[in-house]
Design a protein around this ligand. Structure first.
Ligand code: ADP
Length: 265
């Protein structure tokens, strides 16, 4: 009951690119800690939502950031009318009551924060709450899942080897042309033909990765452009707003991307 608000009741739209559904189902059956690797906006979050729905398990998602502390994950004492009361954090709730806990962009969190997941991500499956002295054994349904975008990492900001080695990993890439066209058309509510043009533009932008762009245009960005098109915005303008301006501040790169869009018109 506690986790009812974390249950996904309607099937999320997810197009499989390969055997990832069966693979993840097997990993869940073993309650194996999983790492979803891949560039931002390529479908990792949608996939875990879909899997939580399919497995019938609640999903607790935490967007990690650099100011996040271990208490934000685990919980803290808060003052109320009756004095100080312990409040479970999202990780503790998942561990106690049996949810899939998805730590999105884990590498954003400080390393001293990430170590709290270590005893959960090996065969102990326990969470020690230092502040209360409690040692929680994970609920049988609990699974730990993290997302990790290797593209952004620097030496200063990477997962510890000891963290990485606790997880099995699945690689996510941008969907292939036909699949991405279907996804963009569905998600934005536009004609296949417009979606196909956006996907070609996205592919071209991805080729600029390493030539000034850290990452190419994600599926998410193509959907944003599609949503504008669905509301009557012309394709060129939609691409400026949803793709080109957000992705780079470099005028030369913007010109190169604009030329790419024009070539696809
Ligand atoms: P990530 O978590 O990798 O940053 P998301 O899961 O948020 O990316 O994906 C961005 C958007 O792209 C989703 O909201 C969804 O609309 C769409 N999307 C990407 N891949 C798929 C897919 N395989 N099936 C359905 N939708 C997808």
């Amino acid at each position: 009951m506690i986790l009812d608000s974390h249950r996904i009741t309607t099937e999320p739209y997810y197009c499989a690119a390969g055997n990832e559904i069966a693979l993840f189902a097997a990993a869940y059956a073993a309650r194996m800690p999983m790492m979803l690797k891949g560039p931002t906006g390529c479908g990792k979050t949608r996939f875990i939502e879909y899997m939580a729905w399919r497995l019938g398990k609640p999903l607790i998602t935490v967007a990690c950031h650099e100011d996040m502390t271990a208490s934000d994950l685990v919980g803290r004492f808060l003052l109320d009318a009756n004095g100080t009361v312990w409040h479970d954090g999202p990780l503790t709730r998942a561990v106690r009551h049996g949810a899939i806990c998805y730590l999105d962009e884990i590498v954003e969190a400080r390393q001293d924060t990430t170590v709290v997941i270590h005893p959960l991500a090996d065969d102990r499956r326990v969470l020690p709450l230092e502040k209360t002295g409690e040692l929680i054994t994970a609920h049988p349904d609990f699974q730990l899942v993290i997302s990790y975008n290797p593209g952004y990492q620097s030496v200063l900001k990477d997962l510890k080897e000891s963290t990485k080695q606790r997880f099995a990993a699945m690689q996510f890439l941008y969907p292939d042309r036909a699949l991405e066209t279907a996804i963009v058309a569905h998600e934005a509510g536009i004609a296949e033909e417009d979606a196909r043009r956006l996907v070609l533009i996205g592919e071209a932008a991805r080729h600029l990765k390493g030539h000034g762009l850290d990452e190419g245009a994600s599926t998410r960005m193509l959907i944003h452009a599609g949503q504008l098109i669905a509301r009557g915005v012309a394709l060129a303008a939609a691409c400026q707003v949803a793709l080109i301006l957000p992705i780079t501040d470099d005028p030369d790169l913007r010109d190169a991307l604009t030329a790419t869009v024009d070539a696809c018109l």
